[in-house]
Each structure stands twice: as C-alpha cells, then as structure tokens.
Design a protein around this ligand. Structure first.
Ligand SMILES: *[C@@H]1O[C@H](CO)[C@@H](O)[C@H](O)[C@H]1NC(C)=O
Ligand SMILES: *[C@@H]1O[C@H](CO)[C@@H](O)[C@H](O)[C@H]1NC(C)=O
Ligand SMILES: *[C@@H]1O[C@H](CO)[C@@H](O)[C@H](O)[C@H]1NC(C)=O
Ligand SMILES: *[C@@H]1O[C@H](CO)[C@@H](O)[C@H](O)[C@H]1NC(C)=O
Ligand SMILES: *[C@@H]1O[C@H](CO)[C@@H](O)[C@H](O)[C@H]1NC(C)=O
Ligand SMILES: [Zn+2]
Length: 473
C-alpha cells in the first residue's frame, strides 16, 4: 500500500477513536478539580506558602545578582538551585548539559565629542565585537528607519550609524537592535548605536542580543538611551556635525558547558507522559535578572513545590525546566529539545513564563480547537483569583521547538504593561517584583499544570503532526 494512504488511514482511524471528545463529561471532570484548585490557591495566596516564591527569589537574586550565560556565576547559581530543589523534596533533580556562548562585555563607554562633549550611557549588545583598544572615533549619521538607512546608503561609509526608530511595540522595534549592526555594516558603517527598545525611558540603556549577517563585517554595536538618540536626531536636523568616540572591549570567547536545571514530580499512572513548566535562569549582565526571568523561573519551581507541599501526585509527570542561555537565542532550550525529541508524542503541554510575573489574569494558549475548549474549562478553576481568561497565542522562545512540533503551549497572561520599562536594564531588580502578584502567578501556574497533568487524557492536538512523525521513523 502507498505509505501516504496508510498514513491517511491511520490518521482517520485515530481521530475517530481517541478524539471522540465528550465535552459534557470533560466539563464535569474538570469541574471536579475545584477542590484541589482551591487548596492550591489557599496555600499559595493565603496560607503557609504565602510569599514563598518571592522570598526564595529574593534570596537567590540577592546572593548571585545577574547570571550571564558562560559565567561561573551562572553555574554556581545552578548548583544552588539543584540543592534547593532537592531540599524541597522534588524528584529526579538534576542538571542536563548544554553548550552555551560566552560573550564578555568588558569595559565600555561612549562619548559624544561634537557638537559638545556629552557622555552617552550605553550597553553593548550580545555577540558584539569590541572596538579594539584605540576605540572608534567617527562622524554620526542619524536615521529613523531601515528605509532611511537604505535611501542614504551613500553617506554611510566610515560613519557611526545611530538609529532613532520609533517604538512600535517590542516585537516590531526589536528588529533594529537585532539587525541594526548588520544592515549598517553592509553600507560601510564602522559602528552602530541603537535607541533602546522601550516605550518609556528614564535615561537608561537596554541591552539584548543582536545577529550579525553571514559574510558582512562585524562592527561594534550598542544600545544608547532614547533621550540621547532623540537628541542626536534633533542635532542632525539642525545640520550640526555630530562626532562620537566609542570604546568597547567586548569579546566572544569559546563556548562553555552549562546546564538546564530539571526537577519533577513523577506521574502515578502515566509517568512517561509529561506537563512541562519553565522559565530561564540566565539573565543579562545588568540589574538582578529578577523580572527577566527570575520571576518565571521561580513560579515554575513554586508550581511543583505547591503540589508537593499538598502531598498531591498527578497521573502524569510534572516537570520543571529552568533553561540556560535563553538570552543568547534560546540556546539551552534548543539543546534540551534535541535531547528529548522522542518525547514530543508524550508531552501533553509545555508552559513558559518569560513575560513578567505581575498580577495574572489567566493563560495564553496555542492548541487546536478541542484543546482550547478543554483549557477554557481548566481556567474556570481560577475564578477565585480572577485569573480565568484564556487568550490566544501562548508562546515563548524556550517552548518554541515543542510547539513547532505540534505540542500545545501556554504562557502566563499578566499585567505586564510596564515590562519593557525594566527589560534588560539595571532596573531589573527585586524592586520590580511583588510578592502578592507572585503568589497569584504561582497558583495559576500550579493549578493549570496540575490539572492538565492529572486529567484522564492528554490534551488533543492536530493528528497529522503525531502520525506522520510515527510513520516516517
Ligand atoms: C474535536 O472533537 C470532536 C468531537 O469528538 C471531533 O469530531 C473533532 O474532529 C475534533 N477536532 C479536532 C480538530 O481534533
Ligand atoms: C506577604 O507580603 C505582603 C506584602 O508585602 C505582606 O503584607 C504580608 O504580610 C506577607 N506575608 C507573610 C506571611 O510574610
Ligand atoms: C532565605 O534565606 C534565609 C537565610 O539565609 C533563610 O532563613 C530563609 O528560610 C530563606 N527563605 C526562603 C523562602 O527560602
Ligand atoms: C579603551 O578602553 C580600554 C579598556 O578600558 C583602555 O585600556 C583603552 O585605553 C581605551 N582606549 C582609549 C583610546 O581610551
Ligand atoms: C477578584 O475580583 C473581585 C471583584 O473585583 C475582588 O473582590 C476580589 O478581591 C478579587 N480577588 C483577588 C484574589 O484578587
Ligand atoms: Zn527572558
């Protein structure tokens, strides 16, 4: 038989058997978890675990500060977490190796020399090369967009390109940080300085990752403040000549071995089926990495901790993974996915919190129509804390590979309107975090993960992913 027909038959048979969803029954099954949901909420929000995730995070971030990929400090922080997770009586606590980049910022500064001397607060960008010890002194060209850059290509050789792009939302404007250096270098720029990607600035630069392009000269690149980018743009409009001196000793050192941090509560009935909760443990080398992503990492620990403290054990395995080197492009999670691809078919749900742990309102979810219907019911269990909204588009860098393979994915819906004020700055400290919000986030995370892990069936997904994979192997 033609293998394509065989697959079609398998899909057809499978969908007619196991996707015969009886929603009245499922609704009843999920409503039956209200008691457990209330226990989790009580423990986290009002009971003995009140402020526990916040206090654990405060201990951690005050002890280690920021945790840049490639550093001994991050590895020490991972060792500490492994100890704490063991002490918390979680199961299968271990690190899993992942090779990560080791970028070093070194000393760096930028000074505007003309039309007047002014020090420019700046942060070099991940993977940026340095300037060399002599630094780079050059005239500046200020552009407001990539289109303007292209239109003025002839003026660019030998200059430092300053981008003063508008903030049109992080997802859109981050292209300037990511690609600004490569696009400027293509036209002969000697360095690029990019307006920080934030809707609000108090004169602080925001760092982050950037990507050089293959075959194009790697030029030093950094973010400057919104205030300085706007000022230089105004000066340029007046026809003033602007000159900047940039000195960066950034370096890309050889890769080093890091670890993803894992802990579990083994499933009682289907230990090989899994619900994964996650956040990343690494951070940029500014502030304390308390918001990005200490909060997400510690509510993920707390989700398992609350379940354990209540003596609950779901039918499926609950697994927490704290990723390494997310900030350098999801490096740790990519390595993890490579090592665990054989679990795609048994992974019921992947969850990631990396967009703040402010007051939660529910979950953002990506899955097929039936899975969405089930999750809508699960979220109703969170009515007591007003966190029942099921929104579209669950996502996250670190669960991306699983979601691309067809696994349903969830992220935390929370009041993160101010997230990008602090993101990748020295302002990302414990001061941004709020214990009451973290109690609520932990409860949302724990109830969602526990109930999905304990239901009779795995979340449904579109069958073609599963069955074409099975056939091809
Ligand atoms: C959802 O469930 C219904 C009822 O069992 C089934 O007929 C339908 O094919 C399912 N849809 C998907 C996308 O799985
Ligand atoms: C938790 O934090 C809140 C807000 O700071 C505080 O009012 C409350 O007393 C704390 N609870 C405990 C048990 O420390
Ligand atoms: C934080 O650290 C202190 C002392 O180092 C310890 O007594 C306390 O239990 C820790 N808090 C949490 C929530 O782990
Ligand atoms: C650039 O910075 C490095 C490191 O601080 C320093 O050694 C060097 O002298 C600086 N270069 C200039 C030209 O100031
Ligand atoms: C939920 O909202 C209601 C109504 O606005 C409010 O009274 C209650 O305190 C809220 N509960 C929590 C846990 O925030
Ligand atoms: Zn993050």
């Amino acid at each position: 038989m033609d293998w394509k027909i065989l697959i079609a038959l398998l899909i057809f048979q499978h969908s007619s058997v196991s996707f015969q969803l009886d929603f009245a029954n499922i609704r009843r099954e999920i409503a039956g978890y209200q008691d457990i949901a209330n226990q989790i909420i009580d423990l986290s929000v009002y009971g003995a675990a009140q402020n526990q995730s916040y206090n654990r995070l405060a201990n951690f971030t005050d002890m280690f500060g920021y945790r840049l990929a490639g550093t001994v400090n991050l590895e020490n922080a991972i060792d500490y977490m492994l100890q704490e997770l063991q002490a918390d009586k979680l199961e299968n606590v271990h690190g899993e190796k992942a090779e990560v980049p080791h970028w070093v910022r070194g000393e760096e500064y930028a000074t505007m020399l003309k039309p007047r001397v002014h020090s420019l607060p700046m942060l070099g960008l991940g993977y940026s090369v340095g300037t060399g010890p002599k630094g780079i002194q050059a005239e500046v060209i200020v552009v407001r967009s990539f289109d303007e850059l292209e239109a003025r290509a002839a003026e660019i050789p030998g200059k430092i390109v300053v981008y003063n792009q508008d903030y049109l939302g992080y997802g859109i404007s981050v292209e300037y940080r990511a690609l600004g250096a490569a696009k400027a270098a293509k036209h002969g720029a000697v360095a690029s300085l990019i307006r920080s990607i934030t809707p609000l600035s108090v004169d602080s630069p925001h760092t982050g990752m950037q990507d050089y392009a293959q075959g194009i000269k790697q030029i030093p690149t950094a973010c400057i403040t919104v205030e300085d980018a706007e000022m230089m743009w105004r000066m340029a409009q007046r026809g003033e000549i602007i000159e900047v001196f940039l000195n960066m000793s950034a370096q890309n050192l050889p890769n080093v071995m890091s670890r993803n941090t894992v802990a579990e509560i083994k499933g009682s009935t289907y230990p090989d089926q899994t619900v994964l909760v996650s956040g990343h443990l690494d951070s940029w080398d500014v502030g304390q990495g308390a918001m990005d992503d200490g909060g997400g990492a510690f509510i993920s620990w707390q989700a398992l901790s609350l379940v354990r403290q209540l003596g609950l054990r779901p039918k499926r395995t609950l697994r927490m993974v704290l990723w390494t080197a997310e900030e350098f492009g999801g490096v740790g999670s990519e390595a993890y996915f490579k090592d665990h691809q054989n679990e795609v078919d048994t992974m019921s749900l992947v969850m990631e919190s990396d967009e703040g742990t402010f007051t939660p309102s529910g979950i953002q979810f990506t899955g097929n129509a039936n899975a969405t219907k089930i999750m809508t019911e699960v979220l109703k269990l969170l009515k007591p804390i007003n966190a029942s909204i099921l929104d579209k588009q669950g996502d996250g860098t670190d669960i991306g590979p699983w979601m691309s393979a067809g696994v349903p994915g969830a992220s935390l819906r929370n009041a993160n309107d101010n997230y990008f004020y602090y993101h990748h700055t020295n302002g990302d400290t414990m001061t941004v975090q709020d214990p009451i919000a973290m109690n609520l986030c932990s409860a949302v995370w724990a109830v969602t993960a526990f109930v999905v892990a304990d239901m009779d069936d795995m979340l449904p997904r579109d069958s073609d992913h599963v069955h074409i994979r099975v056939k091809v192997h």
